[in-house]
Write a protein that binds this ligand. Structure first.
Ligand code: ADP
Ligand code: MG
Length: 270
């Protein structure tokens, strides 16, 4: 069981009605956003998901944690196919399927203090208030925010600190799996570097598995063990990070790498 990937996706499709081309009478044609996705994410690994804007990365990320319901296929998470689980069946699994978003401000309630924001995720998963408060403070510690941050409001924090809160809220639940969708894209280079170092530490310490969605190939190269390259709703290549960056076999991957020359990675680069 433990040699099995934590998450194994097979023949996954995601379609929506194409409302832009809906005829006056009759139903809208179907728009296929994800096509025949096959993806394995080994336990304890960091899987990079890269591709140009609109290639389907976020849609796939949302399917992996079942914020999107696929139209076809399997999503076997920890041995159980969750692709078509109803909300009742998904609810107990939610704690293990966390997602962190690009814009921390829009996902943090501006009227609640940071401590309450992190604790409320725990209360929603059934923890007592006292336990939730302890775990929230512990999670804030873990992401490098001292305990007095618990009493601040989101607007009193910098972008990097807010993204740390987003990470604290996810790890407070002690999840097995986190999807991080472009979480460093809005940050400056030095904050990006600090968050990447933090993610590396958390993956090592917390027995986490991470899907890291990004269009920044130098960060993906630094952080990810394996990389899936997406184009127009499909995965065109899926390989170890080393192979993708040193020896890409797919023409599109080569073009993507050529379009974004990578800085030479030296020790201490980040
Ligand atoms: P990425 O994250 O790689 O930029 P997305 O997954 O956000 O790509 O989107 C892929 C494509 O699917 C885009 O063209 C987007 O407009 C479209 N799309 C995603 N979700 C929906 C939806 N619910 N309805 C219609 N189109 C959608
Ligand atoms: Mg996206």
């Amino acid at each position: 069981m433990t040699n099995q990937p934590l998450c194994a996706v097979s023949s996954l499709h995601f379609s929506v009605p194409d409302l832009n081309h809906k005829p006056l009478f009759g139903s809208a044609p179907i728009l296929e956003i994800l096509k025949n996705i096959n993806l394995e994410i080994p336990r304890g690994s960091v899987m990079g998901i890269v591709g140009e804007s609109g290639s389907g990365k976020s849609t796939l990320g949302r399917c992996l944690v079942r914020l999107n319901s696929p139209s076809e296929g399997k999503i076997v998470f920890d041995g159980k196919d969750i692709a078509f689980c109803g909300e009742d069946e998904i609810r107990p699994l939610r704690k293990n399927l966390q997602m962190i978003f690009q814009d921390p401000m829009s996902s943090l309630n501006p009227r609640r203090k940071i401590g309450q924001i992190v604790a409320s995720a725990l209360v929603a998963c059934g923890e007592s208030r006292a336990q939730a408060k302890d775990k929230a403070l512990f999670a804030l510690d873990h992401v490098g925010l001292s305990r007095d941050f618990a009493n601040r409001y989101p607007h009193q924090l910098s972008g990097g600190q807010r993204q740390r809160v987003g990470i604290a809220r996810a790890i407070a639940l002690e999840p097995k799996f986190i999807v991080a969708d472009e979480i460093v894209s809005g940050l400056d280079v030095s904050n990006q570097a600090q968050i990447i170092v933090l993610l590396e530490k958390l993956v090592a310490e917390l027995d986490l598995t991470l899907a890291f969605i990004s269009h920044d190939l130098s960060i993906v190269r630094r952080l990810c063990d394996r990389v899936a390259v997406m184009r127009a709703g499909e995965i065109v290549e899926q390989e170890s990070s080393d192979n993708i960056f040193k020896n890409p076999s797919n023409e599109y991957t080569k073009a993507l790498l050529d379009a974004a020359p990578l800085p030479e990675i030296t020790p201490g680069w980040i």
